[in-house]
Design a protein around this ligand. Structure first.
Ligand SMILES: C[S@@+](CC[C@H](N)C(=O)[O-])C[C@H]1O[C@@H](n2cnc3c(N)ncnc32)[C@H](O)[C@@H]1O
Length: 478
């Protein structure tokens, strides 16, 4: 348990549909509940795997197909470790508060074994959202002990869910009529994948939905998955909710505020021409000679992405980096500032004055020597000291701010709050280590403080290695 919060296992049986599964995983990764796991069980003969490790996401590829959906659900429950179990259908979407809200309702009521909101969003072809009375097993939350009380799923395909739910005594159900801004789940129909229920009930002598699914699986049925949304579903939901008779203005406002930190995470409309293979710039070869090795703190692709971001920053401000260390990111940023005829990069670091966590063999002398070799010595202003002290006295307008200094919640937040007000409209903010498992506080600052501020547009997440999250300041670009 994390500070009294139970571990929640999200149960995701899947079969040969990696393209849609990536969206279900993304919807899990957006959840604001900390103590969670996603248990994916794939019994298609083509395995799926993730492009890298994601916290709490487990993929089990089985060597053989299981006999029916009931058995597959039972298998998934057996693998799960949580005290609360939530179904997580691979072709549906879950609002980012789904786990938190379900736990908040079910956990304090030990006499209740299962929870459902009585309504849910429903969409067709990723459009045409409306609020439906909830019949969906996909949004049930269950205590693990429920399985001891009522037994396991029956050996059925279509209908295993209803048969199971019918065994839960009425008085053990907790049901809640959620308002539009509280709905937890989006049932999806017509997004290119077959539903077992769509094939009708199992009948003696007839091919079951289970068999027909195998025949109708599209290619590719397996492969490497990068979690993400194919389109901005939360924006679609907001757009459509605005026109619905059962969503009043107050509810629409509440829904918009709740979704604001999450929608369009990852699409970065102005960064669509990012292509690490093709992006090239003057001075790149020298940088690659000195920094060609993938330094663990700054990988080659990330440094190159920073250089690319620098091409998108507006004129009218300087580039600032908090956390320069070896000078890899500094070299790329200073090079781009020089190429664009902007002033010197402002490089802030404590170097040998840093707390033990950052101590190593890097020094300001080594940093300067590398800049010298790159011919960038005049293109870097070295500011040795604590970024919080510098930030409190900062005056210069900034067109690109790269935060890679103190990675604690307080430290990253202070860097953001002290420096970002100096970013000019259209200017870029970027945080390093957004996906790094050792630095969850960087993600927290972005999700709790940066995004909800409403000051930023076009957020984008480079999901390479340690990860870079970036966005543009709203307002007229200068
Ligand atoms: C992850 S490293 C930066 C890596 C660098 N961007 C690169 O490309 O090599 C983090 C750096 O932040 C510095 N740092 C940590 N806390 C700081 C603070 N409060 N003020 C200034 N620098 C700080 C550390 O000294 C360390 O060198």
């Amino acid at each position: 348990m994390v500070e009294g919060l139970p571990l929640v296992s999200c149960l995701c049986p899947t079969y040969g549909r990696p393209q849609i599964l990536r969206e279900a995983i993304w919807s899990f990764l957006q959840q604001d509940y900390p103590n969670k796991e996603l248990m994916i069980v794939n019994d298609h003969d083509q395995p799926v795997c993730l492009d890298r490790a994601y916290p709490g996401v487990f993929v089990h590829n089985l060597p053989e197909r299981l006999a029916n959906l009931g058995e597959k659900r039972n298998h998934t429950v057996r693998l799960a470790r949580g005290e609360i179990l939530l179904n997580w259908d691979d072709d549906d979407l879950y609002l980012p508060w789904r786990i938190t809200d379900s736990v908040r309702r079910l956990w304090p009521n030990p006499e209740k074994w299962a929870f459902k909101a009585t309504r849910a969003w429903s969409s067709t072809n990723n459009k045409r959202y409306h609020i439906a009375r909830n019949l969906f097993h996909a949004q049930i939350a269950m205590r693990r002990s429920l399985f001891d009380q009522v037994g396991w799923y029956a050996a059925l395909n279509s209908g295993q869910d209803m048969e199971f739910e019918a065994r839960i005594p009425k008085e053990r159900w907790l049901q809640y009529q959620a308002t539009p801004s509280e709905l937890l789940y989006v049932y999806r129909w017509g997004n290119g994948v077959a539903h077992i229920s769509g094939f009708g009930r199992d009948r003696e002598g007839k091919a079951t939905g289970w068999d027909l699914m195998a025949e109708r699986t599209r290619k590719p049925a397996g492969g490497v998955i990068t979690p993400g949304f194919d389109r901005d579903h939360w924006q679609d939901l907001l757009d459509e909710a605005a026109g619905l008779p059962d969503v009043d203005a107050a509810e629409l406002f509440a829904l918009t505020r709740r979704l604001e930190p999450y929608h369009s995470l990852g699409d970065g409309a102005y960064l669509t021409d990012w292509d690490p293979e093709r992006f090239a710039f003057a001075g790149q070869a020298e940088l690659e000679t000195i920094f060609g090795r993938n330094f663990t703190m700054m990988m080659n692709n990330e440094a190159k992405f920073l250089a690319y971001l620098a091409t998108k920053a507006p004129d009218g401000g300087c580039f600032v980096e908090i956390g320069s260390r070896s000078g890899k990111s500094a070299g790329y940023l200073a090079r781009m500032a020089a190429n664009r005829g902007l002033g010197p990069l402002q490089s802030i670091d404590l170097w040998d004055l840093a707390p033990p966590r950052w101590q190593g063999t890097e020094t300001v002398e080594k940093f300067l020597e590398r800049m010298e070799r790159l011919g960038l010595r005049e293109q870097v202003t070295v500011l040795k000291g604590d970024s919080r002290v510098m930030g409190a006295a900062w005056q210069k307008p900034i067109s690109l701010l790269f935060i890679d200094g103190d990675h604690s919640y307080e430290g990253a937040r202070a860097d953001y709050e002290l420096f970002s007000p100096h970013i000019i409209p259209g200017g870029i903010i970027a945080f390093h280590d957004y996906c790094h498992n050792h630095f969850p506080d960087v993600r927290r600052v972005v999700r709790d403080v940066v995004l909800p501020s409403g000051l930023w547009s076009d957020p984008y997440e480079l999901r390479d290695h340690n990860g870079i999250w970036c966005a543009r300041k709203r307002g007229e670009s200068v």
